[in-house]
Design a protein around this ligand. Structure first.
Ligand code: GAL
Length: 429
C-alpha cells in the first residue's frame, strides 16, 4: 500500500513538474509576446550619465516625461564612464549588431554626422522639426552641427562650454591671485600657488579625454578660432609651428598638476578644487552641475570661473543630442520623448542641473544661476568652435589616437613624438 502511495505521489509530482515546465514555456511564449507589446511602449534611453554630477538632469527629464506619458515605459540604459569612455564602445557593438537603443546620447558634429549618419543608421528629422515649429527655436549654427547634406538628424538637449576654468575663490583670495587671461598670467599665478603649497591645476586623467580637453583649449588659445577650425578641417597641418608651441605650453601646464592625476576621474579632480587642495580645473561645465548639485557649492562664492587663457570670445561647444536610430520598433514613442527633450520645459528641467545652457533660444533664463545666465550671454556673441575631446571636431578614429598620444605625452613630455603621432593620425580625421 505504502508503495502504491509512493508511486502515486511520484506520478503526481511528475505531472506537476511537467505542467510547470510546459506552463513556463507557455509563459515565456506569453511573456515574449507580452514583451513585444510592451516593447512597443518602452523607450530605452542610452547615455553615459550615471552618478555624481551626471545623472541629475537626465532623471529630471525622465520624471517630466513620465508625468506627461504615464503609458510609455522608460528604461534608463546609462553606461558609466565620463565622455562616453565605455558607452561609445557598447553603442558601437549594438549598432553593428542591428540592436540600436531607442535613442542615444551623441555629440553634434563629426560623432553624429560622420559616424552614425554616414553609416546610414539614423532617420532624418526635418519633418519632425517642422511639425514642432523648431526651425527657429534652435540657433542655426547648432542645427548645422546636427545636420548632414541638408537633413537634420538629432535634437540637442544642451550646450556645454569646454573652454572654462573653474577655481576655488578662497584659495585665489588667500594667495592674492587675480583671474589670469593670458598664458603668461596663468603661469605666473600657477607659480605663486605652487610656492604656497597648493596644486595649481587639478587633473584626473584616468580617462585620457580630460587631458585632451586641456590640449584642445591650448590649441584654441594659440591658434585662435579660425585656425583652430582649419587644423581640424585638415587645412593646417599638425607640423605647423603653432601646434608645436601649443604642445610646449600644454607640457608646461602639466608641470602644475596633482601627482595622482592618473588615478582620478574628472569628478575626483573637481573635488581637489572643491576642498582647496587644488586651485583650478579646466573642465566642461558639467563640473558646474557637480559643484552645485552634488558638492553643494555656491556659484561666485565658493567657486568662480573664467575663460581658458587666450580664448576669450570663443566658445568650445559640446552639445549632447538624441536622435532616432533606423530600425527601432516604436519610433512614435521615441518621438514623444524627443519632443519633451526638445521642449522649453524639458530643457529647463535638464540644463540648470547639468550645468549647461539650453539649446533652445527661448528658454526661461530665470531658471538658471549666474553662471548659466552669463554663459547664455557669452554664447550669443561668441565664435563657436567644435571640441576634439568630445567628438565634434574629428572622427572617433582620430580621437582615439589623439587620446593615446596625449596620454603618452602626459608622462613622457616629448613634443616631437607627440606631434608625429598626431600627424600620423591626421588622415583619419
Ligand atoms: C561629455 C558630455 C557631457 C558630460 C561629459 C562628462 O562628453 O557631453 O554631457 O557628460 O562628457 O561625462
Amino acid at each position: 500500500m505504502k508503495k502504491l502511495y509512493g508511486f502515486i505521489l511520484l506520478l503526481v509530482l511528475a505531472l506537476v513538474l511537467a505542467a510547470c515546465s510546459s506552463d513556463s514555456s507557455g509563459d515565456s511564449g506569453d511573456s515574449d509576446s507580452g514583451e513585444s507589446e510592451s516593447a512597443g511602449k518602452k523607450v530605452e534611453i542610452f547615455s553615459w550619465w550615471t552618478g555624481a554630477g551626471e545623472e541629475d538632469g537626465l532623471l529630471a527629464l525622465i520624471d517630466l516625461f513620465e508625468e506627461k506619458h504615464p503609458d510609455i515605459e522608460i528604461e534608463n540604459a546609462a553606461v558609466a564612464g565620463g565622455a562616453g569612455t565605455n558607452a561609445k564602445a557598447v553603442l558601437a557593438t549594438r549598432m553593428q549588431g542591428d540592436d540600436p537603443p531607442s535613442t542615444f546620447q551623441v555629440h553634434g558634429g563629426d560623432e553624429l554626422n560622420e559616424g552614425w549618419v554616414a553609416a546610414d543608421k539614423m532617420e532624418p528629422l526635418n519633418d519632425f522639426y517642422e511639425e514642432n515649429g523648431w526651425m527657429d527655436k534652435f540657433p542655426e549654427e547648432l542645427i548645422d552641427l546636427v545636420s548632414k547634406d541638408g537633413n537634420i538628424y538629432s535634437v540637442p538637449v544642451d550646450i556645454h562650454r569646454g573652454n572654462v576654468i573653474f577655481y576655488n575663490m578662497k584659495v585665489f583670495e588667500e594667495n592674492g591671485i587675480e583671474v589670469p587671461t593670458t598664458f603668461d598670467e596663468f603661469f605666473a599665478a600657477a607659480d605663486k600657488l605652487k610656492e604656497a603649497g597648493v596644486t595649481p591645476l587639478a587633473l584626473g586623467d584616468k580617462e585620457a579625454w580630460t587631458a585632451t580637453q586641456i590640449f584642445e583649449n591650448v590649441l584654441l588659445g594659440v591658434l585662435g578660432p579660425d585656425d583652430y577650425k582649419k587644423l581640424f578641417e585638415g587645412e593646417i597641418g599638425f607640423d605647423d609651428e603653432r601646434v608645436k608651441e601649443a604642445a610646449e605650453k600644454f607640457g608646461k601646464m602639466l608641470d602644475y598638476i596633482n601627482e595622482d592625476h592618473a588615478s582620478r576621474n574628472w569628478q575626483d579632480s573637481a573635488q581637489l578644487v572643491a576642498n582647496g587642495e587644488a586651485a583650478m580645473l579646466n573642465m566642461g561645465d558639467w563640473a558646474k552641475g557637480y559643484f552645485s548639485n552634488d558638492l553643494e557649492l555656491e556659484t561666485n562664492k565658493d567657486f568662480g570661473y573664467f575663460e581658458f587663457p587666450a580664448t576669450d570670445g570663443s566658445f568650445a561647444i559640446i552639445t549632447d543630442t538624441f536622435g532616432l536610430p533606423k530600425g527601432i520598433e516604436n519610433p512614435d514613442d521615441v518621438k514623444e520623448f524627443l519632443k519633451v527633450l526638445g521642449s522649453v520645459e524639458g530643457q529647463d528641467a535638464f540644463n540648470p542641473l547639468k550645468g549647461s545652457i539650453p539649446a533652445r533660444v527661448d528658454a526661461d533664463k530665470s531658471k538658471y544661476d549666474e553662471y548659466g545666465q552669463e554663459t547664455m550671454e557669452d554664447f550669443k556673441g561668441a565664435r563657436l568652435v567644435p571640441s576634439l575631446a568630445h567628438g565634434s571636431a574629428a572622427s572617433e578614429g582620430f580621437l582615439t589616437k589623439a587620446n593615446q598620444a596625449v596620454n603618452i605625452f602626459v608622462t613622457q613630455r616629448d613634443v616631437d613624438t607627440f606631434i608625429k603621432a598626431l600627424q600620423n593620425a591626421a588622415p583619419e580625421m
